[in-house]
Design a protein around this ligand. Sequence first.
Ligand SMILES: [Zn+2]
Length: 116
Amino acid sequence: MSALTAFNLQRWIEEHRHLLKPPVGNAMVWNSNFMVMVVGGPNQRSDYHVNPGEELFYQVEGDIVLKIIEDSCGALLYDAEFHLVDLGKQLKPIIEKFRDSPELRTCKSCHAVYQV
Ligand SMILES: [Zn+2]
């Protein structure tokens, strides 16, 4: 979508439902200075991301549990920085690489291992 125009969101969800599966679980409807994502739900991801722009997430099904980091040494565990072009293709290998690597999931500061 190149311009912000009215469209049938329910039809878009039906046409893209196959993309709303784990491990990514969401697909991008709009990507400009303002991102719009649809999440299939229920979403089991536990990663965090940093985006300098505004975002809107719409979850189709299930409850949302939004956790914040409270008990941490404050060190950055893993950082995969990339320019987002195709969420479905780019994010899945990053999630799998992190999930499958105990080394990447181990804090270099306090040696705690992030459980997936
Ligand atoms: Zn730590």
